[in-house]
Design a protein around this ligand. Structure first.
Ligand code: TEU
Length: 568
């Protein structure tokens, strides 16, 4: 696996670094931080969408796939970014959002305005439900709810039909059943490869194959809608489409010796699906983003925080490790631009343990088998924002959720706690570069406020501090390159039921690495005899420390949020 020794760094350009003082991060801002990324040690950089966009979903609504939004810069800036990365032995992965376009994309504008155009079939147009007049309540072609709380169908009075949008109404789904659509998208991706990019993150790619005919899903309790999810998640032609994309876009480039990374975002994918997507013998994609561990501590939705336990979290992640085995390949992540900050979620609520818990969680993740992803600011232990009112939240998912709950009779105060905990805005407050005004992110007014804790949590304070969260991430990233057992070893879960201890073994030939992490505010005793018995071995007595978060570690006991790696 080419990417086994790699660590990917995700940049959300809007919130990373602002070079021109308009309050929004941009490509020149990223170019100014390449030495920082090189120092961290990552070798792949994934940048979220920077294309022209009405920004209804901050760029995940693309109106031109082959240009750059003036807010972010120019195509020449992309060229300079690629050159700057390559000069530092890093590569660029771009984010392609090809399940849907923006409603402002010329393809969709033509689809909805030009009579008899072949582009009509590029999207999902459907007449009203049989026997119901256009526009009547409940006349939508199916009962599906979109990911953003409203009906997945939007009525177009000009046409007298509805179009499908699994996300916002400004994000119409492309019809992948039409071969012309697919060829157009493949050509666009080849154009970017010709320009010098090194890979693609494929946004929600596992929903492009819808089960036909489109039909109602199971009614959702307490909702006027039904769940279309099972009818378009990893649908009947998904693997055919991925193999075709590989053949048309990636194979010709790989044949010339160029390395191209592909990661498919696949909400709702099972481990069995993931093996099919990532088995190299099938030639689809290199790895997937799964979401099962992101559902731990959540009830019916991400806005429904519920108590969680360490055994629950381990059960999900260990199952992914074991089921993908030697055939599939995992992406390893705690954070991205859609997820609240991991320290606030699974880490310690006590300020004195914040940094230690960031290191402990990083260790549990980065020592697993797969390719780790670090989301901007995670390497500093950045936290959720202290939001106090619904009016502070700007993300479309949060705004729509609030509106739908209020329409159903809830008061804003009843929805507030869930919104504060689950909102994607938590991930999107600006990067905390220093303790100064707006955290060094912008000289203007930031589009989202900088977390007031930037006075304590910031890059300037951490980069040269060997005890910082940053330095610990740096050590973990280096370790993956240095130790073949980390990159290529198998995974053996241990102590699955332990409420505090996260323990596992990585093995490659004679090398055996024992990973011990205390995921709690209390000390924990490690019963090495019990752990060794899980493998039917005589008691382990590790003496050879590889790396530890605390001074003078002992394998038999871990202080709060201590992590240590031992040779066995
Ligand atoms: O996300 C798709 C996705 O499944 C979720 O993580 C999504 O964020 C949603 O909140 C589910 O609750 C991708 C992008 O990462 C996201 O930013 C976009 O909004 C979405 O696709 C549409 O392009």
């Amino acid at each position: 696996m080419r990417w086994a020794t790699s660590t990917v760094y995700q940049i959300y350009p809007r919130s990373f670094a602002d070079s021109d003082g308009d309050g929004v991060g941009d490509l020149p801002g990223i170019i100014g931080k390449l030495d920082y990324l090189q120092h961290l040690g990552v070798d792949v950089v994934w940048v979220s969408p920077f294309y022209p966009s009405p920004m209804v979903d901050n760029g995940y609504d693309i109106s031109d796939y082959q240009d750059v939004d003036p807010l972010f810069g120019t195509l020449e800036d992309v060229d300079e970014l690629i050159a700057g990365l390559h000069a530092r032995n890093m590569v660029l992965v771009i984010d392609v959002v090809i399940n849907h376009t923006s409603a402002a994309h010329p393809w969709f504008v033509e689809s909805r305005t030009v009579p008899e155009t072949p582009k009509r079939d590029w999207y999902w147009w459907r007449p009203p439900r049989e026997g119901m007049p256009f526009g009547a309540p409940g006349a939508e072609p199916t009962n599906w709810v979109s990911f953003f709380s409203e009906s997945a169908w939007e009525a177009d009075p000009g046409i007298g039909e509805y179009y499908l949008h699994l996300f916002a109404r400004d994000q119409p789904d492309l019809n992948w059943e039409n071969p012309a659509v697919r060829q157009e998208l493949y050509a666009m991706m080849r154009w970017w490869l010709d320009r010098g990019v090194d890979g693609f993150r494929l946004d929600v790619i596992n929903v492009v194959s819808k089960d036909l005919p489109l039909r109602d899903g199971e009614p959702l309790p307490g909702s006027p809608y039904g769940a279309g999810f099972p009818l378009f998640t990893c649908g009947p032609r998904i693997h055919e489409f991925m193999a075709e994309l590989h053949q048309e876009v990636l194979a010709p480039y790989r044949a010339t010796g160029r390395e191209v990374l592909t990661v498919a975002e696949t909400p709702g994918a099972t481990t069995a699906d993931a093996v099919l997507f990532t088995d190299p013998g099938r030639a689809e994609v290199d790895m997937v983003f799964q979401f099962e561990h992101m559902a731990v501590g959540r009830g019916v939705s991400r806005f429904d925080p519920t108590p969680w336990t360490l055994p629950q979290l381990k059960a999900v992640m260990h199952r992914w490790q074991q089921d993908l085995g030697a055939t599939g390949w995992n992406s390893l992540y705690w954070n991205n631009h859609d997820q609240p900050r991991v320290v606030s979620r699974f880490g310690s609520g006590r300020p004195e343990y914040r940094a230690a818990s960031a290191k402990a969680l990083a260790t549990a993740l980065h020592l697993q088998r797969g390719t780790p992803y670090v989301y901007q600011g995670e390497e500093l232990g950045m936290t959720n924002y202290p939001f106090t009112g619904v009016e502070q939240l700007v993300d479309i998912e949060s705004v729509n959720h609030l509106a739908s709950r209020m329409a159903a009779g809830s008061a804003p105060e009843q929805v507030l706690a869930g919104l504060i905990e689950g909102s994607r805005d938590n991930a999107r407050t600006p990067m905390q570069w220093d303790a100064g005004r707006h955290g060094g992110f912008t000289s203007g007014t930031p589009w989202l406020p900088v977390n007031p804790n930037h006075e304590v949590i910031n890059a300037a304070a951490q980069v040269d501090d060997p005890a910082s969260v940053f330095s610990w991430y740096r050590a973990l990233i280096a370790l993956r390159r240095e130790l073949p057992v980390v990159a290529h070893g198998d995974f053996v879960p241990l102590a699955s039921e332990d409420q505090q201890l996260w323990a596992f073994l990585r093995r490659l030939d004679d090398a055996r690495l024992l990973v011990l992490v205390n995921v709690s505010d209390e000390p924990v005793a490690v019963d090495l005899t019990a752990l060794s018995q899980e493998l039917g071995e005589s008691p382990w007595q590790p003496t050879d420390l590889v790396l530890g978060t605390h001074e003078s570690p002992a394998p038999t006991t871990l202080r709060p949020w201590e992590a240590a790696l031992w040779w066995l």
